[in-house]
Write a protein that binds this ligand. Structure first.
Ligand SMILES: Cc1cc2nc3c(=O)[nH]c(=O)nc-3n(C[C@H](O)[C@H](O)[C@H](O)COP(=O)(O)O)c2cc1C
Length: 333
C-alpha cells in the first residue's frame, strides 16, 4: 500500500477526498475519514475573505480535533494576500494547504483566481512561492490541464509549481472549458507524473475501486483524489482500500446501511446548523439516494421535510415498504 509523504505529512494510504464547495464541511469530512479517506480537503476559501476577517472564511476553516489530517484550500490572485491567508490557515490548525488553480466558476474567474491563473504561469509561480515561504505546512496546489483544448500547458505549469517549492501537485485531468463534462484525460496525468520529482495526485472520474486501482497502476501516481464519486458514497474509500490491499471487491452498502448513515449525517447537520443545515443536506440526500429502489419518490418526500421527526418518519415508512414488497414477492414466487 502506497503511503504518500508530502513534506512532513505522512498519509496512511493514497486515497484523498477533493475539496468540494457545498459538500466537504467538517461533518462530511469526518464521515469520509471514518470510511478510510487518508486526507480530506475543506471547501475553497477566499484569501481576501480570510485576511479581511469575513465570517464566511473563518466558518469554512472550523476544523475538528478528530478529523486530522485535513487540508484547507485557498483561492485568490494576490501573492501577498495568499501568503497572509496561509499563515492564518496554519494557525487554525490545518495539516496542509491546497491552492486552487482550477475553479472554472465565472465569479472566481472574474476575480482572476482559480483556473484564470492557468493563463499566467508566472503568477502561479509567484502565488505558490509566496505561500510556501510563509508556512511550514506542505503546500499542494491543484490545477487543470489548461484553459482550453488549444492551450494545454499542464507540464509548464506543473514545473513552475515544483520550482516554487510545492510539496506535491494535484492534477484534475480536464481543461477549464470542459467544466465537469467530457472524460478526464489520465494520459496527461501520467505525463506529469513522469516529468515531476514531487508526488503527483491524479483526479478525475474515479467512481469505483477497480477503476481506481487500474488508473493508479497505469499512471504511476502517488495518490488519487476522489470528488463526485465520494458524494453520498463514503464507502468508496473503504471498498477501494480493501481492493488495493487485497484485490477483494467488497459488496456495495445495503439500502439499510445507506439510510442509517444518511440519518446520522442529517442529525449532525441539524445539530450544527439547525433548520438551514437540514435544507443544505438536500443535495447530499440526492447523492445518497442515487441507485436506491424508488429513489425519485424518496427524494421528493425528503425535500418536503423541514423537521428531523418528519425525516425519521419518511425513512421508517420507506424501509417498511421495501420490506413489505420483499415479503410479498417471496410469497408470490
Ligand atoms: C459541486 C462541486 C464542488 C467543487 N468544489 C471545488 C472546490 O471548492 N475546490 C476545488 O479545487 N475543486 C472543486 N471541485 C472540483 C473537484 O475537487 C474535482 O476536481 C472534480 O470534481 C473532478 O473530480 P471527479 O471527477 O472525481 O468529481 C468541485 C466540484 C464539484 C462537482
Amino acid at each position: 500500500m502506497l503511503k504518500p509523504v508530502f513534506k512532513n505529512l505522512k498519509l496512511e494510504n493514497p486515497l484523498i477526498m477533493a475539496p468540494m464547495c457545498g459538500y466537504t464541511d467538517r461533518i462530511y469530512r469526518k464521515i469520509l475519514r471514518k470510511h478510510g479517506a487518508a486526507l480530506c480537503h475543506t471547501e475553497m476559501v477566499s484569501s481576501a475573505s480570510l485576511v479581511r476577517g469575513k465570517d464566511k472564511g473563518s466558518k469554512i476553516m472550523l476544523l475538528d480535533n478528530d478529523e486530522h489530517p485535513v487540508a484547507v484550500q485557498l483561492f485568490g490572485s494576490l501573492p501577498e494576500e495568499m501568503s497572509q491567508a496561509a499563515k492564518m490557515v496554519e494557525q487554525a490548525g490545518a495539516d496542509c494547504i491546497s491552492i486552487n488553480f482550477g475553479c472554472p466558476v465565472p465569479k472566481v474567474i472574474k476575480s482572476n483566481s482559480g483556473a484564470a491563473l492557468l493563463k499566467n504561469p508566472d503568477k502561479i509561480f509567484a502565488i505558490t512561492a509566496a505561500v510556501v515561504k510563509n508556512t511550514g505546512l506542505p503546500v499542494i496546489p491543484k490545477i487543470r490541464l489548461g484553459w482550453d483544448n488549444n492551450s494545454i500547458n499542464v507540464i509548464e505549469v506543473a514545473e513552475r509549481i515544483q520550482d516554487a517549492g510545492a510539496s506535491a501537485l494535484v492534477v484534475h485531468a480536464r481543461t477549464r472549458s470542459q467544466g465537469y463534462s467530457g472524460e478526464a484525460d489520465w494520459r496527461q496525468i501520467a505525463l506529469v507524473k513522469n516529468f515531476l520529482k514531487i508526488p503527483v495526485i491524479g483526479n478525475g472520474d474515479l467512481f469505483d475501486p477497480i477503476q481506481i486501482y487500474e488508473k493508479m497502476q497505469r499512471s504511476g501516481v502517488d495518490a488519487v483524489m476522489l470528488g463526485r464519486g465520494a458524494l453520498g458514497n463514503p464507502w468508496i474509500f473503504s471498498r477501494s482500500l480493501c481492493y488495493l490491499e487485497s484485490g477483494r471487491l467488497l459488496p456495495k452498502p445495503s439500502t439499510d446501511e445507506i439510510i442509517i448513515l444518511l440519518k446520522k449525517h442529517l442529525n449532525q447537520a441539524f445539530e450544527w446548523k439547525g433548520l438551514p443545515g437540514l435544507r443544505e443536506m438536500r443535495k447530499h440526500c440526492m447523492y445518497y439516494c442515487k441507485g436506491l429502489p424508488q429513489a425519485a419518490a424518496l427524494r421528493a418526500q425528503i425535500n418536503q421535510c423541514d423537521k428531523m421527526e418528519d425525516l425519521d418518519f419518511v425513512f421508517d415508512q420507506y424501509l417498511k415498504s421495501l420490506k413489505a414488497q420483499t415479503v410479498f414477492a417471496e410469497i408470490r414466487s
